[in-house]
Structure formats: C-alpha cells, structure tokens
Design a protein. Structure first.
Length: 507
C-alpha cells in the first residue's frame, strides 16, 4: 500500500518539459550567432611572424614597383636606395639586395632622365652576378642587365639577356618586357609582337598593356595602342604609375594630331606627379603647336634644367629657330651648342657615348640639318648596321638626302614608312626626297599625309611642308595622260568573245 502511494506521489511531482517554440526574432538571432561562429572558425588563424597590419612604407612600395617593372615615386626610390645601401654595408654577400639596388638605380635614371645613374646600376647588377651567376639562375640581375642595355639603346645586348632568361625559365614573365623593348629597338617587330602576346598571357597588367600599346603604335594601329594604354592606366595604383600612363597617352594623342587633348593629358600627368621631365617636355611640344611659343620655351628650359635630354634640346633649338632666335639657340648655353658638344664627344667614344648611352638617331638628325652632314651619314650608317628600326631608317634616309644622295635616301625612307607607323616626320622626309627626284605625285601625297597626321608636328618642318605642298600644286585637270581616247570613241567588236547560248531542251 505504501509503495503504491509513493509511486503516485512521484508521478504527480514529475511534469514533462514544455516544448520549445521559436518566434521570428529568436530565429534571426540564432541564425546570426551561427553565421558568426562559422565565419570565425573559417577566418581566425594563429598569428604569424610576418603579419603586419600597417600599410607598406616607401621602401616596400618602391621595391614592389621595381620588381613589377612599374614606375616608382622619387621619394620611395630614394628611401629604397638608402635602405639597400645601408644593408649592403653589413651584408655585402647578399646577391638579391645588389640586384634590387641596381634596378632601383635604373628606375631613378628613367624617372629623372639622368644617364649618370646607369654606371651605378651596372656596377650593382654585375656585383650580384658575381655572387650568384647567370648559370645559377640569378634572374633578377639578368633582367636588370637587359633593361639597362635597352635603356642605353644597346638593344642587341638587351636581346641576349632577355633570351637567356627565357631559355632558362620560359614562364618567368619579367623576361618578356625586356624582349619586347629589345626586339622593337632592333627592328624585329614580328618578334616583339610575339613576346608582347606572351607577356599579356602570363602577366596582364600595367607593364604588359604598356608594351602592347608600343607594339600597336609601331604597327600603325593607333586605336589599339590607345585602348591598351588606357588599360594600363586602369591598372595603375600609385600616382607615379598614373602619371606615367597619362604621359604616354599624351604622346599618342600628339602623334594623332590631337594637340589640345595631348596638352590636357600632359597637364594631368604633371598634376599627378610634378617631377616628370618627359611630361614637361611633352607639354612644351603641345604648347608650341598651339602657338603659345613663350610658354613652350619656358617649359623646354625647365625640362632641360632637370635633365639634358638631347631630343628636347633639338626641339627647343628648332622652336627658337622658327621664332628667328637662332643666335639664342647657338649661344654658349643654347640647345644647339649642347647638341654639338654631345655629337663631338659621342663621335670620339664610338657608338656608346656618355655613360654608355646611344643617342645616334637624335644626334644624326641634328647633324643632318644643323651640322656636318657627312658625319651624320657616317654615324647613322654605323647605327643601321646594329639596329634596323624604323627610326634609324628614317634618320639615315634623311641624312643621305641632305648629303645629296636622295635616291639612296628614298630607299631607307620607304623602309621607315612601309611598316605602318604613322609619323608626320617620316612622311615629310619621304615627300621631300620624292620631290627632289621629280616624283611630284608621290611628294604631294606624302606632304598631305604629314599635315593630315599632325598639322603642327614641328615649328620648322610643318611650315616647310605647307610651303612645299603649295609649290607642288594640285594635279592637272583631266587625269593622267592616255586615260581618255583622243578621238571619237568607238565600241570594240566583242562578238568573238561571246559564247552562243545553248538551246534549251524541249520538255
């Protein structure tokens, strides 16, 4: 009896739990907590030694840009150079740091258009190769040597370094910018196009799209060149990279004859990165074409004050000449005097002038128009033996014409213009050779092409082209001789050529 009562009390005390019901708010909270826990389990990992939440500093930014073949800011480059020089004073056997330092010196030379950095770059890169040879796979130093050779205008050596890297590591993308520049400078444009396509396939980005723009420009595909350069600008991340792309877009616009657009792009590049002598020289070129000669002279002098680039000196001298200020161009500190000194010094040092830089094309054009024409032919003939690019072909053809051999000069002018590059200077040079040889129709066509491509391509030659076109005149009425019959036209007898129709079979 007691046992039965005890069981009844236990059953009365025991109550089954109430079922759990979820409201909408509880469901959302539970879901959110589960998502957070799952995400935390996937993301959270133990801290590593190289984790650094801080943004990259100047040294890291410059090292990344140098490694990617991209432009770097002057301040960042200076920090990288100082850092690597200090490191190497205590770690002189670090071949990797020597390669980085050499590439930083090279980029500093490119940024400031200052060839005095080239010997320092060469010394650092060679030291890296002494510590770790090319056979051991010192690819950074090898590509640096190739880029240095291209910057100096020694495209044959640049080609050798690039092909050596490609042979040892075909998928190493850093070899292909060197190869594109070397093949283009040497005049092997088909090989340059293949190397560019491989580069875009392996590593699409700023370096690849910039090389693609250059290849397309050399082939005369101006729209494709502009589109590729715009892609490069889209891939740019730092102000130095953006300014570089804007300056290159300005060059392409200038060559198309879009002077106002070129001026806008050059000014945008200078606002983004004021320490750019190339953009400053480009703006001077555009201002001169727009008739703003005083501002153009100012910009040319500022650019030459930063870096004595022979091409800018030649353009300033011709601008002063067009303003009837040739005595100023030939003064002791004038641009023509600077070029004459470079020509004399480079002539005594062979193909490679000061700091190993090859300026044969610019100096040859200067001598052909303002100096010793025989020396120009000799200099450019030697350059043609080394590099058969369209720039060398045009300069050599013009030097031969100025020396009195227009027939031989025209053969080189055809090599320069027949590839497809649209250059007002090239068309103008060819037109004057054809005019000297009595080919009036071809001279008229190429003079029109020069002025149509870029009406203000030179303060001296553009005006001379308009005068030459006016002197050549328009073609005579009636078309070429013997196109129309002299007497009354009689229809020829064509019966012998008519095949009689076969009779249709009856159904």
């Amino acid at each position: 009896m007691e046992r039965q009562q005890r069981q009844e009390r236990q059953q009365a005390e025991f109550q089954p739990p109430q079922p759990v019901t979820f409201t909408g708010r509880k469901t959302l909270v539970a879901t959110a907590i589960a998502v957070v826990l799952i995400a935390g389990a996937l993301v959270i990992r133990p801290a590593r030694v190289d984790d650094d939440p801080r943004p990259p500093g100047p040294t890291e930014r410059a090292a990344s840009a140098v490694g990617m073949g991209s432009p770097a800011a002057s301040v960042d480059l200076a920090a990288l150079i100082k850092d690597r020089e200090a490191w190497l004073r205590g770690h002189a056997e670090d071949h990797g740091s020597w390669a980085v330092l050499g590439s930083a010196y090279l980029e500093q030379a490119r940024r400031g258009a200052d060839a005095a950095w080239y010997p320092k770059a060469e010394k650092a890169l060679k030291r890296s190769l002494e510590l770790r040879s090319a056979e051991q796979g010192n690819f950074d130093a090898m590509t640096g040597m190739g880029a240095l050779a291209n910057a100096r205008g020694d495209f044959g050596t640049g080609k050798k370094w690039g092909e050596l890297v490609r042979a040892q590591s075909p998928r190493r993308w850093t070899a292909y910018p060197v190869l594109v520049d070397a093949y283009s400078g040497a005049g092997d444009y088909k090989a340059a196009e293949k190397a560019m396509e491989r580069l875009v396939e392996l590593r699409p980005g700023l370096a690849a799209h910039a090389r693609a723009a250059q290849v397309y420009r050399d082939r005369g595909w101006r729209e494709d060149a502009t589109a590729s350069m715009e892609k490069a600008a889209g891939a740019a991340k730092t102000p130095a990279e953006k300014a570089y792309c804007l300056s290159r877009l300005g060059e392409l616009a200038w060559e198309r004859g879009e002077t106002t657009e070129a001026l806008r792009l050059y000014e945008a590049a200078l606002r983004t990165d004021p320490a750019q002598p190339q953009a400053l020289g480009g703006r001077a070129r555009a201002l001169a074409s727009l008739g703003r000669a005083g501002e153009a002279v100012r910009d040319y002098r500022m650019a030459l004050g930063r870096a004595p680039v022979p091409q800018l000196a030649l353009e300033l001298g011709e601008l002063l000449e067009s303003l009837d200020r040739e005595d100023e161009a030939r003064a002791a500190e004038g641009p023509y005097t600077l070029l004459a000194g470079l020509a004399a010094r480079d002539g005594s040092q062979g193909a490679r002038g000061a700091h190993g830089v090859n300026e044969a094309v610019v100096l040859g054009l200067y001598e052909a128009d303002h100096g010793d024409r025989t020396s120009a032919v000799r200099r450019l003939t030697a350059e043609w033996d080394r590099h058969k690019s369209v720039q060398v072909a045009d300069a050599l053809g013009w030097a031969l014409h100025r020396a009195g051999d227009s027939e031989s000069g025209l053969e080189y002018a055809k090599k320069a213009t027949d590839l497809g590059l649209r250059s007002a200077d090239f068309a103008y040079h060819r037109a004057l050779m054809e005019r000297a040889l009595g080919d009036t129709a071809s001279a008229r066509r190429h003079l029109q092409e020069a002025l149509r491509t870029n009406p203000g391509f030179s303060p001296v030659r553009a005006a001379a082209a308009r005068e030459a076109l006016a002197a050549v005149g328009e073609p005579g009425a009636g078309g070429p001789e013997n196109v129309l019959p002299k007497g009354k036209w009689v229809a020829p007898d064509m019966s012998q050529y008519i095949v009689p129709a076969k009779p249709k079979p009856k159904p």
